[in-house]
Write a protein that binds this ligand. Structure first.
Ligand SMILES: *Cc1c(COP(=O)(O)O)cnc(C)c1O
Length: 362
C-alpha cells in the first residue's frame, strides 16, 4: 500500500474559475497564467480546463514547449521574456510572444535572424521596481523596438505591486497612462487582484490572472475564495494512521511544543513537510477530519502531523484528513487559511506540493 496521501486537481473548478474571471473582464482577452508548472497543479493536468483561455502565459521555455506539445496553437507569452539570445530561436520556432523589459533583450532581438516578426509585450516599470523600463526610458525603448524588422505588434504592459492591498493601483495606473498616452498598441496591465478588484480602471486588452484560476482569493484575508465565488483547484488529503490518547501534562511531537491540558485524543495524519505541507504551521492551524474542522497540534514533522480529535470523537484509523480543498462530505478548507497560519500565501503552498505526492485529476 502506498501512503494514503493524495492531491486531487479539480478540473471543473478550474474551468469555473476561468469563467468567473471572464465575467469580470468581458472586453478583455484572458491569459491563463500557468507559470511554476501551473502553480504546482501541473500544466498537463490543467490544460484541458484552461483551453477556453485566449492564451497561456508562463516564463520557463521548457514549459512553453510543453504547452505546444499539448497541441495548443494559440498565443503563448513569456512573462519575463528571453534570458539568452538562443531563446529567440525557440520563440521563432514555437511562435512565442515575449516580454521585453530591458535593453539587453532589445539588443538580442536586433541581432536575431528571423523571417517572421515577433509579438512583443513591452514592460513599463510603473513603480514596482522589479522588471521593466523606467517611465523616462520607455518611449525610446518602444521607438527602438518598433523600428526593428524582427518586431511585429508591440503590446504595452505593466505590473502592479499593490492590486491586492490598501495602496491599490491608482498611482501606478497614472504612471502607465501618462507614459503610454499616445503610443499605439494593445494594453495588458491586470493580474488576478487587479482584474477582480479594480476591473473598472484596469481592464486593458489582455488580463493576466493566475492565482484566482486556482481558486485562491487574490486579497485574503480581506476577501476570501467564497466571497469571490472561486472554487478550490486542488485538494490535499490523507488519512489518520494512528490515534493516541493523552492525559493532562502529556506533550506531542518534536520539541514538546504542545501540552495537553486534560484528557485528549490525538490523530496522527500521513502528511508532513516533505509533502509540501508547511512546517511553519503551528498549533491551531485548521484541518478537516471527516469533514469536521479541527486543529493541528504540535510541530509538523517530515512525514506526519498530529491533530486534535475532540470535535470528531468517531474519528479513528483511516479517517479522512483534508489539509486544504474539499472534504468528501462537501466541507471546504480554503488553502488561504492554511497559508495564513503558516505566515505565507496560498501561492506558496500550491507551488510547494512535493513530487512524492501522487496527483489525480477529478
Ligand atoms: C505571475 C504573474 C501574473 C499572475 O499573477 P496572479 O497574482 O497570480 O494573478 C500576472 N502577470 C505577471 C507579469 C506575472 O508574473
Amino acid at each position: 500500500m502506498p501512503r494514503p496521501i493524495l492531491a486531487t486537481i479539480h478540473a471543473a473548478a478550474l474551468r469555473h474559475n476561468l469563467e468567473r474571471v471572464r465575467r469580470d473582464a468581458l472586453e478583455s482577452r484572458v491569459w491563463a497564467v500557468v507559470k511554476a508548472n501551473a502553480y504546482g497543479h501541473g500544466i498537463e493536468r490543467v490544460f484541458d480546463s484552461f483551453r477556453a483561455a485566449d492564451g497561456f502565459a508562463l516564463l520557463d521555455l521548457a514549459e512553453a514547449e510543453r504547452v505546444r506539445a499539448l497541441g495548443w496553437r494559440g498565443p503563448i507569452l513569456l512573462l519575463e521574456g528571453v534570458f539568452d539570445a538562443r531563446d529567440l530561436e525557440l520563440c521563432s520556432r514555437l511562435d512565442l510572444w515575449h516580454t521585453v523589459h530591458c535593453d539587453e533583450q532589445i539588443d538580442m532581438l536586433a541581432a536575431h535572424k528571423t523571417q517572421t516578426p515577433q509579438r512583443i509585450f513591452l514592460k513599463l516599470n510603473s513603480g514596482m521596481n522589479r522588471l521593466g523600463f523606467a517611465p523616462a526610458r520607455y518611449r525610446s525603448a518602444w521607438t527602438r523596438l518598433n523600428a526593428l524588422p524582427q518586431v511585429d505588434e508591440i503590446t504595452l504592459m505593466t505590473h502592479f505591486s499593490d492590486a491586492d492591498g490598501t495602496r491599490g493601483i491608482a498611482h501606478q495606473l497614472e504612471v502607465f497612462e501618462r507614459t503610454t498616452l499616445d503610443l499605439p498598441g494593445e494594453r495588458s496591465i491586470a493580474n488576478s487582484a487587479a482584474t477582480l478588484r479594480h476591473a473598472c480602471e484596469a481592464r486593458g486588452d489582455w488580463v493576466r490572472p493566475g492565482i484566482v484560476l486556482y481558486g485562491s482569493a487574490p486579497d485574503f484575508p480581506v476577501g476570501s475564495a467564497a466571497h469571490w465565488h472561486l472554487q478550490p483547484g486542488m485538494t490535499l488529503a490523507t488519512r489518520l494512521i494512528s490515534v493516541q490518547t493523552l492525559k493532562a501534562g502529556d506533550t506531542v511531537g518534536y520539541g514538546s511544543s504542545f501540552t495537553a491540558e486534560g484528557p485528549l485524543r490525538i490523530g496522527v495524519a500521513a502528511v508532513g513537510y516533505a509533502d509540501g505541507y508547511p512546517r511553519h504551521c503551528t498549533t491551531g492551524t485548521p484541518v478537516l477530519v471527516n469533514g469536521v474542522r479541527t486543529r493541528l497540534v504540535g510541530r509538523v514533522s517530515m512525514d506526519m502531523i498530529t491533530v486534535d480529535l475532540t470535535p470528531v470523537p468517531e474519528a479513528g484509523f483511516g479517517s479522512e484528513v483534508t489539509l486544504w480543498g474539499n472534504a468528501s462530505g462537501g466541507a471546504v478548507l480554503p488553502i488561504d487559511e492554511v497559508a495564513q497560519a503558516a505566515g505565507t500565501v496560498g501561492y506558496e503552498l500550491m507551488c510547494a506540493l512535493a513530487p512524492r505526492v501522487p496527483v489525480v485529476v477529478a
